[in-house]
Design a protein around this ligand. Structure first.
Ligand code: PDD
Length: 290
């Protein structure tokens, strides 16, 4: 069993325990982040730690240890676990306190860091594209904060799994927001579109990297709201996330997307992401080569 960090100690996961009064358990009163490790190196660690800090501030939680210290703890665990292809999971809750809604005075945070598997998506889906469905976005209105209360996301992903799909894309008031654990991109002609960074989407790190790659490589991008009916007419769709990388979507609600194949802009961005991460979609690349 692996080593984990819990409240100041690095211990065996089997020995890690928290109180039943932990506000994470009682109220889902906490935040988290997930960082991908490629070839032993944490990808975009600084941006993830900045987001963790922002998430904490958004729920009036003071990080202690600080985001910077949490980063060092994660690096230490990576070395101890000799993790090569992995994810780093970080969770901070408001700690244990008698059940009462208001923020308790004097409780100390529960801070947890663990190295997990890479959860890399199946190579055949990366190669041939995956299916997605749309679902109503019934999450709260602060989707930009990475809180641990993920019941709506759990139900959405489960609806996707039940439908034989990879991901569930959220639609709020007719507009595409993000997905159960990914951001959503659509290609219309030669323009790449994704929803803007408002309170209705998570400001994904993979989303930001994808936009940078597109802009650096002359792909026309637009961060603007678009409707579910437009998504259904897109030439290409893909979703992005720490655990999914860039995943092409070739079927939406059972209907073919564009030509029903991984489109050229998606494929180009997957290749660029592969170079940027040094191996994210290596298996798909190998498959394409044959
Ligand atoms: N999920 N949208 C939602 C709702 C998410 O939960 C995530 C990430 C993303 C993509 O963000 P990023 O590119 O920073 O991973 C978008 C993580 C991976 C998770 O819950 O496991």
């Amino acid at each position: 069993m692996g080593l984990v960090y819990l409240n100041g100690e690095i211990i065996d996961e089997a020995d890690a325990s928290i109180s039943v009064n932990d506000r994470g358990f009682v109220f889902a009163d906490g935040i988290y982040d997930v960082i991908r490790v490629f070839g032993g190196k944490a990808f975009e660690m600084e941006r993830h730690l900045a987001r963790l800090e922002r998430s904490a501030a958004s729920i009036r939680l003071e990080l202690d240890p600080s985001a910077e210290e949490i980063g060092r703890i994660a690096e230490d665990l990576l070395i101890r676990e000799a993790a090569d292809e992995a994810t780093i999971y970080i969770q901070v809750t408001r700690g244990a306190a008698p059940r009462s809604h208001a923020i308790p005075k004097g409780a100390s945070n529960t801070t947890f860091v663990a190295i997990r598997g890479p959860l890399a998506p199946p190579p055949d889906l990366l190669k041939n594209g995956a299916a997605a469905i749309t679902v109503p976005d019934d999450r709260w209105a602060r989707c930009d904060v990475k809180v641990i209360g993920l019941t709506a996301n759990v139900l959405a992903r489960s609806a996707a799994v039940d439908a034989g799909a990879f991901e569930a894309i959220f639609v709020r008031d007719g507009y595409v927001t993000d997905a159960a654990s990914c951001n959503v991109f659509a290609v219309f002609g030669d323009r790449l579109m994704t929803a803007p960074c408002t309170n209705y989407i998570l400001w994904g790190i993979t989303r930001a990297v994808t936009l940078e790659l597109a802009r650096e490589n002359g792909i026309d991008t637009q961060e603007a709201a678009f409707r579910a009916e437009q998504l259904a007419q897109a030439d290409e769709i893909f979703v992005t996330g720490t655990t999914s990388g860039i995943m092409p979507i070739v079927t939406l609600n059972g209907a073919q997307v564009g030509a029903g194949r991984v489109g050229p802009i998606t494929r180009r961005l997957m290749e660029l992401y592969e170079v940027r991460t040094g191996g994210a979609n290596a298996l798909a690349q190998a498959a394409w080569a044959h």
